[in-house]
Structures are given as C-alpha cells and as structure tokens.
Design a protein. Structure first.
Length: 326
C-alpha cells in the first residue's frame, strides 16, 4: 500500500502546526486551548519539529530585509520542510509569500469563528450601530462581536472580541453589565467604551462612572468620567486621565496620533486592515508620526506614511503589506 504525502506524520504535523499558529495569534485563545497546544507539542518529535519550523518562519518576518525577500527576482526565504533544525534555504517564488498568505488566511478564518456565535458583529474595517430593546445603544468598532442577554434581573452583554461604545438607558431595576474574558464592567448610569485585546480589556468612561471587576476578582468600585484603566485575569491597573475627544475619534471613523511611534500606528492600522501589515526589521518601529487617518481605507493611511517618513510600502499579496526603510 502506497501512502500519499498528506498521510505522513510529518505532513500532518505541519498542517496542525499551521493551525496552531493561527489559533495562538488570535485574541480568542483560551487557557484550555493553550494547554491543549502544549500537550500537542509534547506528543511527538514530529509535532515539535513542525512547530519550530512554522513559528521560526512567522516570527522571523520582523528580522527580514528586502534582500531576503528578493521581490524583484522572485526569490524568497523559506524553511526546509525536510529538516526544521537546518538553517533556512533559498527557493524561488514559493516559500515566504505562499506560506505567509496561508498562515494569514488561516488566522483570519479562525478569528471569524466567534462571529457565528454572537448576536451582533462587524467585519474588519466596518462599524455597526445597534439599538437595544431597552433604549440603550451599542456602536461596534472593527472586527467586533457582542451578544445580548436581557432578563428581568439584569441587562447582560458579552463582548466576545473587539471594541464597543455603550450608551446606557436608565433602568434602576436592571443593572447593565458588559462581560469579557478579562472581567466585567457595570454601568453606573453612563456611556463608556470597552476594548478587548490579547485577553486584556480596557474601559474608558465618557459619562458618569462604571464599576470594574477583573477576572481575578479585583474590584474598582468607581471609575469616573474621563478616566481609563486596563483589567485582566492578573488584576486592574491604576486609572489614568484621557482626552475624551481623542478617545472618541473612532466613533467618527478617525484615528488620531500625536508623536506616536510607527509601531503603534501599524498595530492600530492592523485592526482595520483586511490582512497583515508587517514592518521589516526594527529600524522603523520608533519613527515618530503625528496625523489623523480615516479607518475606512488603510491604503490611504499607508500612502500618507510613505510620503511623510523614510518608509517604503510594498504590497506582497492582497492580505500582506510590508513596510521597509527607503
């Protein structure tokens, strides 16, 4: 009996490693899934070798140079599937672009799964205004999902991912609570913003106050207007004062930056870009930039960055953009 390549333990391990890369890159990763990954990694040498190859390739994107990419000649850097412990070898046309596209596609697909479970959702680059039955409203930011569970005792909303602005209608008999994996926020007659990212959440109060309880049980009894804090399973950070006009910029589909490093701008653009924007090397990360960008078209923002900074923008695929030094 002849086995196909797809039946070999090595090939199966490679496919599983690619799927784990997508899962581990997601904001939805749970502690249980992380333990499952660790069990899979220790299961056999093929799994460990496949993960080393896939993870080394993906994390190596930041250290690449344009010479490695070889865009003009079609030559790219790839890892040998035959031996993950060997140094990278050069191959033509396949490799970096194809593997990067595959990982990005899988990552994006995995992160969309929770959308099918949520009551309301927004796609990447989209915003959505929602009117709730009690008169409250929710503005969903890009790639966000929320579920609603109203009862006679409380109004419970679960933010599965992304960011949302809540404007709460008064109802003294039913508290308004926003639940996340990082903890929960209880409205004290208010308007506030909750953002969930990397198993950590932040809350910004625009009117009145909120009560915050972290997943670990730590409590902030009252976070006041124009204050912001982060909370997670590790606890609650000290509150800071914020500029509400700037914090609300995304409500008007704008991003506002004042003397911020390019790495921070790229991280924010990636929330609205249908794919991945990657900086090549570390030289660009601390370049300061001030500007106002629209969230509806990240290509325009990238053009502005290219014109104002010594940065070259190179579109590799529809879902992969590289930023490099000019």
């Amino acid at each position: 009996m002849i086995n196909s390549i797809s039946d070999t333990p090595q090939h199966q391990a490679e496919q599983q490693a690619i799927l784990w890369q997508a899962k581990l890159s997601s904001d939805l990763l749970s502690d249980r899934q992380r333990r499952e990954f660790e069990d899979w990694l220790a299961e056999c040498p093929e799994n460990a070798a496949a993960w080393q190859a896939v993870n080394s390739f993906w994390t190596g994107l930041d250290g690449l140079t344009l010479a490695d990419i070889g865009a003009e000649s079609g030559e790219v850097l790839a890892f040998s599937r035959a031996n993950a412990s060997k140094p990278p070898r050069r191959t033509f046309k396949t490799g970096l672009a194809l593997a990067a596209s595959l990982l990005l596609t899988l990552s994006i697909a995995y992160q969309q799964l929770d959308f099918y479970l949520a009551d309301y959702r927004s796609a990447t680059g989209q915003q959505r205004q929602i009117a709730l039955a009690d008169g409250s409203t929710v503005l969903l930011n890009t790639a966000s999902a929320v579920s609603v569970d109203f009862s006679e005792q409380q109004r419970l909303l679960t933010l599965h991912r992304g960011e949302a602005f809540f404007k709460v209608a008064a109802d003294s008999k039913r508290p308004f609570v926003v639940k996340t994996d990082a903890g929960e926020v209880r409205a004290l007659g208010t308007a506030f913003d909750v953002k969930l990212q990397d198993q950590q959440a932040s809350v910004t109060v625009f009117e009145h106050a909120v009560k915050v309880t972290s997943a670990s049980g730590e409590i902030k009894e009252r976070l006041a207007e124009a204050e912001q804090l982060q909370f997670s399973a590790d606890g609650i950070s000290p509150p800071t004062h914020v500029n509400l006009q700037r914090a609300a910029a995304w409500h008007q589909q704008r991003m506002v930056f004042q003397d911020k490093p390019l790495a921070e701008i790229v991280a924010e653009l990636n929330r609205y870009h249908p794919g991945k924007i990657v900086m090549v090397g570390d030289a660009l990360k601390n370049l300061p930039i001030t500007g106002v960008f629209g969230i509806a078209d990240t290509d325009v923002a990238l053009q502005s960055i290219e014109q104002s900074l010594p940065v070259k923008v190179r579109k590799i695929t529809d879902h992969l953009v590289l930023l490099s030094a000019k």
